[in-house]
Ligand binder design. Sequence first.
Ligand SMILES: CC(C)(COP(=O)(O)OP(=O)(O)OC[C@H]1O[C@@H](n2cnc3c(N)ncnc32)[C@H](O)[C@@H]1OP(=O)(O)O)[C@@H](O)C(=O)NCCC(=O)NCCS
Length: 186
Amino acid sequence: MNEPETNPQGNNPMTRTVQSTQSEMTEIILPNDTNTLGNLLGGRLMHFIDLTGAMAAYRHSRTHVVTAAMDHIDFIRPVRLGDLLTLKSSVNRAFTSSMETGVKVWAENMRTGGVVHVASAYLVFVAVDEHGRLQKVPQLVPETPDEVRRFADALRRRQHRERESARRKEERLVTAALEDQTDPSR
Ligand SMILES: CC(C)(COP(=O)(O)OP(=O)(O)OC[C@H]1O[C@@H](n2cnc3c(N)ncnc32)[C@H](O)[C@@H]1OP(=O)(O)O)[C@@H](O)C(=O)NCCC(=O)NCCS
């Protein structure tokens, strides 16, 4: 007999807990993932981070999500061929259609069993329907002191992203105006 589906929060609740968004992915690092020194490629790690972040956003929104932004990532230590990579994610805060997720990555040396933190990142995902139209997402309810801190920090990061985005837009306009002035063919 099939097991009944367990979904205590339902598909479309008004709110969700951080715990209900928690996601995890494990990968063994193979030769195709590495550079000529046998270290995990940065782009490959970003791909794993994107996927793990998307899992948490998907669990929160229960609809399609697209990556809108990936913040600055520090590659703290190299990950070696044969290491076991573990990535954990959860939603830090939900806004209207967007969600900030945090992803933390550890590498385990398969021979020694030593585990080290190798990278962390924040990503913003936007919920859309199958036609790409923005979808409202449930609000996130932080429960623990750490969740409350991340919730508050996520708003500060959003405000910072908005300021940076406005600054870049302004720079593009100035550059375009200067190019128009100096290019006689325009
Ligand atoms: C992300 C995307 C859907 C936003 O669409 P848009 O028409 O610009 O939407 P809006 O400006 O109305 O913003 C919608 C939400 O996205 C957020 N957003 C848009 N651009 C963002 C960015 N660069 N960084 C962070 N958040 C962003 C807004 O803050 C807003 O959030 P809110 O609804 O919670 O307030 C659109 O830019 C897109 O499709 N981008 C390409 C995504 C993609 O292909 N990703 C890689 C592959 S998955």
